[in-house]
Design a protein around this ligand. Structure first.
Ligand code: ADP
Ligand code: ADP
Length: 229
């Protein structure tokens, strides 16, 4: 994942807010990065621009060597569906779909074959092989977030973004979710970028990026990540 001089300004004129003031960074495939910083420092905006959910005002985002925002809206949406996974704080599962239907949905949206066996295999791997036909409301928060992770993994995305993915979870569920994200990185070579306020969650990452006032003010390697996990 590579960002080159990404600026994001919301609004215009007197109401303009510079959320990102020129961020450049390069994260290698197969790394797990936590993003920390005070409220309003631009963490969510960084994630949304990097994930193609928002367009930067200036600058470029490259995923796997391809400029994501090079084409129009349709191309951006397709790119996102093919190569990006996203996990939210509040899970964002579709309440009327079963666990299995939630997980196969990204394959449908990407125009791929709906590979039920693949979805079931990933749900087994996140420990939910016996909950396929349940509705999200019948699951605990930790289980719902594991469904959301399975949904993010089903297309084998190059990069998975998490916006406070453990923010609504108890300690034990948070640890399970972090272990799954680490597994995606270390077993499958995926790249994970996670915004978090929780130092315990950040300690699972290989490095921690610090933002303040829309700029990167530090990027520290975490030599003990393996031991924490
Ligand atoms: P963080 O995630 O670190 O709390 P954000 O990326 O949410 O920071 O916000 C960075 C700045 O951009 C803040 O000043 C915020 O108020 C502003 N901002 C974020 N989203 C919007 C928006 N949709 N419209 C206007 N301003 C926004
Ligand atoms: P393909 O994209 O050709 O299916 P992958 O290497 O992505 O090949 O996947 C190989 C197998 O591993 C698949 O059966 C898939 O279900 C599983 N898999 C891939 N990525 C993950 C992941 N991050 N977590 C769990 N299972 C995964």
């Amino acid at each position: 994942l590579r960002l080159v001089s990404v600026r994001k300004v919301y609004g215009s004129g007197d109401n303009a807010v510079t959320a990102l003031a020129g961020v450049s960074l390069s994260l290698s495939a197969g790394t797990f990065t936590a993003v920390m910083g005070p409220s309003g420092s631009g963490k969510s905006t960084l994630l949304q621009c990097a994930a193609g959910l928002e367009r930067p005002t200036e600058g470029q985002v490259f995923v796997d060597g391809t400029e994501m925002t090079g084409g129009g809206e349709k191309a951006l949406t397709e790119f996102r569906r093919e190569r990006i996974g996203f996990v939210f704080q509040q899970f964002n599962l579709l309440p009327t779909l079963t666990v299995l239907q939630n997980v196969t949905l990204p394959l449908k949206l990407a125009g791929r074959r709906v590979d039920r066996d693949r979805a079931v295999e990933i749900l087994r791997r996140v420990g939910l092989g016996d909950r396929l036909e349940r509705l999200p409301a019948e699951l605990s928060g930790g289980q719902q977030q594991r469904v959301a992770i399975a949904r993010a993994l089903v297309t084998s995305p190059k990069v998975i973004f998490g916006d406070e993915p453990t923010g609504a979870l108890d300690t034990r569920s948070a640890r399970e979710v972090l272990a799954l994200l680490r597994g995606a990185v270390h077993t499958y070579g995926q790249t994970v970028v996670m915004v978090t306020h929780d130092p315990v969650a950040a300690a699972h990452a290989d490095s921690v990026l610090f933002l303040a006032d829309g700029q990167i003010v530090g990027h520290l390697a975490n030599p003990t990540a393996e031991a924490v996990a």
